[in-house]
Design a protein around this ligand. Structure first.
Ligand code: GTP
Ligand code: MG
Length: 354
């Protein structure tokens, strides 16, 4: 399953511009607030130089990077949860995403209208936070009658109702679901509400061209990632050679997409392992700490169910000994079992039986 990330923020802060830069889909950004009236979805390959290095050894039929899906929706304003603006009706499009990117305006362009007058990041994120909390409270309110009915029939549902009500009281005080202290079991009970404020948030500061290297003050405890969305959107339009020279001139070493995906992986506790064969070299995304059977399950549920063992070579060994045969000869190919914690970059071959 591809990682999926929803993009939120006030109107006109550059969400669609960032989306264009990330997905290379043009024509979605404009000068006017409330420009986005339909959701935009784009799937982006996760840049990983290690894939090319593996392919050079294996000469596969194809290279399959991991992917991330971005969903761009309309801007939120104060009162969105009561139907103000367009934002609220689009929130349903990001309910099932794994994480949220919140774009915050830092750029100073007087030609681009800011919906509340002046950009003020700390108070701008408060508006969004309040709207997301209100949207979640609406979700909870709609869920409660059904939960009450179920609870009368069944003890197990009573526990769920109890947690949901506790969460409701917590959020009524203006807190996010994320900051609600729950046991892992209780968290599981809340999962199918798909609450927006339960999702991890990455703040993207949409800065002026010369601020992409800035170290910014934390917002709500998290340091925002500075990106100049307009610059990035322009760059994907031009010839790669020219783009590289332009970036070097500006002193930008890495494109926003790469930095953003790295930050999202770190935020969500994700990393990659590889499969490498004649047919394809492929990257797979798994949680840090996942064991070998769970990694196998990322490929196919049968692989997890019938897991026997995983022939594993660390990435650096695989490159140094030029592939599986060389790694085996050098004693670097390990037979790993059910308890093996997969390391970032492992090249794995699963043995299974179904
Ligand atoms: N100067 C400057 N302008 C930008 C930057 N990013 C976006 N803009 C401009 O801001 C305006 C709004 O950008 P959009 O990407 O359409 O904003 P949005 O957040 O998607 O807006 P809605 O869909 O209306 O909520 C456009 O005129 C962009 O060119 C930036 O980094 N610098
Ligand atoms: Mg937009």
């Amino acid at each position: 399953m591809a990682l999926s990330i929803g993009i939120v923020g006030l109107p006109n802060v550059g969400k669609s511009t960032l989306f264009t830069a990330l997905t290379r889909k043009g024509g979605v950004a404009t000068k006017h607030p409330f420009a986005t009236t339909e959701r935009n979805i784009g799937v982006v390959p996760v840049p990983d130089e290690r894939l090319a290095a593996l392919a050079e050894i294996v000469h596969p039929g194809r290279i399959m990077p991991a992917t991330v899906e971005f969903v761009d929706v309309a801007g939120l304003v104060k009162g969105s949860s009561e139907g103000e603006g367009l934002g609220n009706q689009f929130l349903s499009n990001i309910r099932e995403t794994d994480a949220i990117i919140e774009v915050v305006r830092y750029f100073s362009d007087p030609d681009v209208l800011h919906v509340t007058g002046e950009p003020d990041p700390p108070s701008d994120i408060e508006i969004i936070k309040t709207e997301l909390i209100l949207a979640d409270l609406g979700t909870i309110e709609r869920a409660i009658p059904r939960l009450e009915k179920d609870a009368k029939r069944d003890k197990a549902h009573a526990a769920k109702l109890e947690v949901v009500k506790r969460l409701q009281a917590w959020m009524d005080d203006g807190n996010t679901a994320r900051s609600f202290t729950v046991t892992p079991e209780e968290r599981g009970l809340l999962y199918d509400l798909h609450l927006l404020t339960m999702k991890p948030v990455l703040y993207v500061a949409n800065v002026d061209e010369d601020q992409t290297g800035a170290v910014l003050e934390p917002l709500d405890g998290a340091v925002p990632l500075p990106i100049c969305a307009r610059l990035e959107a322009e760059i994907v339009e031009i010839d790669p050679q020219e783009a590289a020279e332009y970036l070097a001139m500006l002193g930008i070493e890495q494109l926003g997409l790469e930095r953003l995906i790295q930050a999202a992986y770190a935020l969500l506790g994700l990393h990659s392992f590889f499969t490498a064969g004649e047919m394809e070299v492929r990257a797979w995304t798994i949680p840090v700490g996942a064991k070998a059977p769970q990694a196998a399950g990322a490929i196919h549920s049968d692989f997890e169910r019938g897991f026997i063992k995983a022939e594993t070579v660390g990435y650096n060994d695989y490159i140094e000994y030029r592939g599986e045969a060389g790694s085996r000869a050098a004693g670097k190919l390990r037979q790993e079992g059910k308890e093996y914690v997969v390391q970032d970059g492992d090249v794995m071959h699963f043995k299974f039986n179904v």
